[in-house]
Design a protein around this ligand. Structure first.
Ligand SMILES: [Cu+2]
Length: 164
């Protein structure tokens, strides 16, 4: 019985040979297949809990991933109060407060996502009861921060990403 990776190789071989002397797009497809099957995903489910500005928080504070991996964040907004609207932004270390201010300026039209070179990845907004997924390639080795950029939330909803 062939394993999944063997099947992929077979599929790639046939793509390669069938593309010889013909148009290039098939090789592009093959490259996409290679990338998708070789991605190393690190998946985290994070709950946003609490229903007041005093008790809202993420269920996870520290995330550890390996350099070169892909990160999948599944953010579950478990709040029920209509003011509990959340997202999750990953930013360079030490930039949480600066980017929270920029996020306020970006406003609801931009889902409170600031435009900044210190921003690594940002999810959309999750309303109470909603779940949202964010996927991104882990940045270079080092320490990073994450937080909720909905106005007034960055002081309570925050944590760290360590890329090793
Ligand atoms: Cu929030």
């Amino acid at each position: 019985m062939k394993t999944f990776s063997q099947l992929v190789i077979v599929a790639l071989s046939s793509l390669f040979f069938s593309s010889c002397g013909s148009d290039a797009p098939k090789e592009v497809i093959a490259d996409a297949v290679v990338e998708e099957t070789t991605k190393n995903w690190e998946e985290f489910t994070i709950s946003a809990v609490g229903n007041t500005m005093q008790d809202m928080m993420y269920s996870e504070k520290n995330l550890n991933v390996k350099e070169g991996s892909w990160v999948r964040i599944i953010l579950k907004n478990e709040g029920v109060d209509q003011a509990m609207i959340h997202n999750i932004l990953f930013v360079n270390f030490g930039k949480r407060k600066d980017l929270a201010l920029l996020a306020n300026e970006a406003g609801p039209d931009n889902e409170f996502i600031p435009s900044s070179p210190d921003l690594i990845a940002a999810s959309g907004l999750a309303l109470p009861g909603e779940t949202i997924t964010l996927e991104f390639k882990a940045p270079a080795k080092g320490n990073y921060e994450f937080f909720c950029s909905y106005p007034g939330h960055a002081g309570m909803m925050k944590g760290y990403l360590f890329v090793k």
